[in-house]
Design a protein. Structure first.
Length: 222
């Protein structure tokens, strides 16, 4: 907007040009605890749960989730295809469907179209509040994914490919000791216990909440 105003001579210069811009190279991040992630999932409706699961267990960017479609979930291959038109930052990439994520997404196999429903912003806010998370750090789900996966796998190059980042960014941001060493294992064994499994995709106004967290049978593997 400011650049346009300068070109059209509405402004003599861009007043935002000298402002330090935050990007994915910044190394100060905040993550969710496993208890916070569990609370989000337990309070999620059927419509919004995929957003939290894909952001937290696949590290997909919020702006990518808004464009992602169920057809991008390659169930047999076990990957999520992030098309170039979905990711404007780093181009196309594949993200592995981790074992616990596969369990969370299983009830959605017959769904089609956009993953984010029209009401997702309202549902996101309501779920966050219900989960008792009053402050939402920037990209905390994506940062949680990367931090906990790197702690388990110790494979920065593989994680960089999954996230569409450089190895340098991965090491700088995520190769840090956890406050609670057991958090990574707890995060990656988080799975649904009993979830309603519809035979057909539910209409947008049908809300179903999963209950009872259980343990996933396997830890992450790439």
């Amino acid at each position: 907007m400011f650049n346009f105003a300068v070109r059209e001579e509405y402004l003599p210069s861009n007043p935002a040009a000298e402002i330090d811009r935050r990007d994915e190279g910044d190394n100060e991040i905040e993550i969710l605890t496993p208890k916070q992630m569990a609370a989000l999932l337990l309070h999620s409706t059927f419509e919004i749960l995929p957003y939290f699961a894909l952001a937290g267990f696949a590290g997909i960017r919020p702006e990518e989730l808004q464009k992602l479609e169920w057809e991008d979930i390659k169930w047999k291959a076990g990957i999520i295809r992030i098309r170039e038109t979905v990711s404007n930052k780093t181009g196309a990439r594949n993200v592995t469907i981790q074992p616990n994520l596969a369990l969370w997404l299983e009830p959605y196999r017959n769904c089609t179209g956009r993953i984010c429903m029209p009401a997702w912003r309202r549902l996101f806010r309501e779920t966050r509040i219900a989960a008792g998370i009053t402050r939402w750090p920037d990209d905390c789900l994506r940062h949680s994914f990367a931090t906990y996966l790197l702690e388990i796998q110790k494979d920065a190059p593989a994680l960089a490919l999954e996230m569409g980042n450089s190895v340098e960014v991965i090491l700088d941001r995520y190769a840090k000791p956890l406050d609670e060493p057991d958090d990574a294992a707890e995060f990656w064994t988080m799975a649904p216990g009993v979830t309603p499994e519809p035979q057909n995709p539910l209409p947008q106004n049908t809300l179903v909440s999963p209950r009872n967290l259980a343990r996933a049978p396997h830890s992450p593997s790439l």
